[in-house]
Design a protein. Structure first.
Length: 450
């Protein structure tokens, strides 16, 4: 998700897109001369006869996005505690204005600009990163002011939704009201909408302990598909329903017509050839490759056919794509650098060792749930905290090649009351499991914060 700098980032990327497009199309060859591309309020534009030819992109309205406005709610529980950070989903409405120093210059500029936006209906992640990480200085003082060079931290390129751009139709009355409000002379205008910008808070949230048991009923289709994904701890171990999928486990794919002449399983982007003894028409057992990262993953059965003489494999049929969640495991956890004494909250850092290793672009957060002594009635309400682990890749200057995955994560924390805490991590929304004791209560992994 993006942060509050996303609105300014979208405006700057669009201005940069228009400026680079005019340069690439050699706009000066049309006789327009030097052109500046700005994002100013209309009343700040120089409209005198000696003023330069200019394109101006003005953000005149911001509205909630109807498709995303209810995602993540409710954000607070009955006691008022924050349990989620729903995104602020916004649609941006722009006016594209053309100012010409001579006759027909405004029409030429507006035509080129509308063609550029028509040919670029989506702002790709690479285009956003390139525009924000190395601002391009445009003629007549364009580009980012030095005080605003932190727009690269808006995380606009990392949000779930891509920014899409399309023209809007405004009636004569609507345009007249807008220009009357601007209190300046009218110029040729086109309206556009950019959607959707997702702004999310990183405030700590209270999370409940996970559900231990689930009841899921699967109704298979008649067509050859994967109906269910189960897991197996090791070869010849029992296949237990509702068992989490952890590193080193086997995937158990259940369905119909799963066995072909040459059968492989595509897990993420890794293709695995299971032993023939583990492939049956209604079930395939395949080990999760060590290189698969924690988080939501896809799985698909690929059946190839043998054709020719000598026979060679050719593309055959593929099953439906089904998803599963590979959950990380905390191998070790310890607290260090503790600051604070007495009843004041503590700050410090948690050192965690995870399996599988965490990739450089994966999102990691740590959750703490206080462990209280068992009393009847309970002596107090258990505290809960969550903290986002800083990303390993510096968005300001991304490396030429990303660092390799690492099992060791350092998670800074602050404002935590002293005590013993159950520890969980979320890697790309995949949550590590907790173990239980003989009474069925969660008992590990734990960390003590003195």
């Amino acid at each position: 998700m993006s942060n509050a700098l996303a609105l300014a980032s979208v405006s700057f990327v669009l201005v940069d897109l228009l400026n680079n497009g005019l340069i690439d199309r050699d706009i000066s060859a049309t006789g327009v001369g030097d052109v500046s591309v700005t994002a100013l309020a209309p009343d700040l534009i120089n409209t005198s006869a000696t003023g330069p030819s200019q394109l101006n992109l003005f953000l005149y309205q911001v509205t909630p996005n109807p498709g995303w406005r209810n995602v993540g709610f409710p954000a607070r529980d009955a006691s008022g505690a924050r349990i989620g950070n729903p995104p602020l989903a916004l649609d941006l409405h722009y006016l594209l204005m053309a100012y010409g120093a001579q006759q027909l210059h405004a029409e030429i500029l507006l035509g080129y600009a509308m063609q550029l936006l028509h040919e670029t209906p989506i702002l790709t992640r690479d285009a956003i990163r390139k525009s924000l990480s190395a601002p391009t200085l445009v003629p007549s003082g364009g580009g980012l002011p030095p005080a605003m060079l932190n727009l690269y931290t808006s995380e606009l390129a990392e949000q779930v939704e891509l920014i899409k751009i399309w023209p809007q139709i405004l009636s004569t009355e609507e345009i007249s009201k807008l220009w009357t409000a601007f209190q300046t002379h009218y110029r040729p205008t086109a309206a556009y909408q950019a959607s959707v910008v997702l702004i999310e808070s990183k405030a700590s949230i209270k999370t409940a302990l996970p559900v231990q048991y689930r009841t899921v009923q699967v109704i298979p289709f008649e067509a050859p598909v994967i109906d269910a994904i189960l897991s197996q701890k090791a070869a010849n171990a029992p296949i237990v329903p509702d068992q989490p999928i952890l590193p080193g486990y086997n995937l158990v794919l259940q369905g119909s017509q799963l066995k072909g002449e040459v059968t492989s399983v595509l897990i993420g982007n890794i293709e695995v050839l299971p032993p023939d003894a583990d492939i049956k028409p209604s079930q395939i057992i395949v080990a999760v490759p060590p290189a698969v990262e924690a988080g939501p993953q896809t799985v698909q059965v690929i059946q190839q056919v043998l054709l020719g003489s000598p026979p060679s494999t050719h593309r055959g049929v593929e099953s439906n794509v089904t998803t599963f969640v590979l959950r990380p495991v905390i191998l070790a956890v310890s607290a260090s650098g503790i600051q604070g004494a007495g009843s004041t909250p503590r700050s410090g850092s948690l050192a965690l060792t995870l399996d599988p290793p965490v990739g450089p672009e994966q999102r990691v957060s740590v959750m703490l749930n206080q462990v209280l002594p068992l009393t009847s009635p309970p002596a107090d309400t258990a505290l809960a905290y969550s903290f986002v682990v800083p990303p390993r890749v510096n968005l300001a200057s991304p490396p030429a090649s990303p660092p390799p995955p690492t099992p060791n994560i350092s998670a800074p924390f602050f404002g935590v009351a002293p005590g013993n805490y159950l520890v969980r991590v979320q890697v790309d929304d995949a949550e590590s499991p907790l173990t239980t004791d003989a009474t069925g209560l969660y008992s590990a992994p734990q960390v003590g914060i003195p």
